[in-house]
Design a protein around this ligand. Sequence first.
Ligand code: AVI
Length: 315
Amino acid sequence: MQVKTQNTHHEDILDEIKDGLKKSPKRLPTKLFYDEKGSQLFDKICELDEYYPTRTELKILDDNIEEITSYFGDDCVLVELGSGSSVKIRLLIDHLPTLAAYVPIDISSEHLLYSNKCLKADHTGLNIYPLVADYTKQFALPKINKKYKNIDAFYPGSTIGNFTPEKARSFLKRIANTCGKNSGLLIGVDLKKEKSILDAAYNDSKGITAEFNLNILNHINALVSADFDINKFSHRAFFNEDVGRIEMHLISQENQEINIADKVISFAKDENILTEYSYKYSLQDFNKLVEGIYDVEKIWVDDNRLFSVQFLRAI
Ligand code: AVI
């Protein structure tokens, strides 16, 4: 299996961190949640009783897989944006018997190689073209040495919600351009719902989401030799109904100064750092978001209308 690498040259993460901490309110790049520990904590979040998105999306896929895969058509190339969802991708691949090629894209080469080794073992004839790339930036698909009819992408988990709507639109435009006119996009989109359900999903009783949020500080300590003490910050997450998003923050428990490389950054007691947005959409909101880029061909939802899986077609 040949692995291609693109666009992952290290932009200066230190500058990104310092720039974010100069803003008011302070903020940190959401992508820094996912070091090894953070990825393990995220896997645990996906299994929590309160965190409904993962199991709900999987059930929607499982219950409707025949109909869902009929939208992909024969001899397609399946592009997976972020290849962390091996159960879901296996379900798709098992129901796409004429699949021409599978292109998993992930920023982590270890992750990509490991999950594809497992997949290859069960699907010996499958043409896999792993691509190490940051799919949130411009990338080019690898050259596929097999005839195919269409390209269809898969973007599960409602990760689209972690972009602001403006950035989500530019991201979707880029994916539609890269995969081409008439390409499909099967996407998971978390829906607006009662505030209490959303608040609980990001404030679980075992404190795993709090640990996940605080871990960003340990990751930064290791990355850029900073000296955050996670015991001096606390987790705060809530659904902001006015703007339709979960906001995750870290709250400074006291007045403190943090060294980050050659800089000293002051935090006042109760000052917050924004670490993540997770936008929730109504079906109408999401239709509006993709307008002019994709047509929404089909929407599947669960019985409680918590989550949606949508098949979009690039215009
Ligand atoms: C990855 N992403 C879709 C998750 C979400 O729900 O926005 C990340 C997450 N943050 C806290 N819990 C889960």
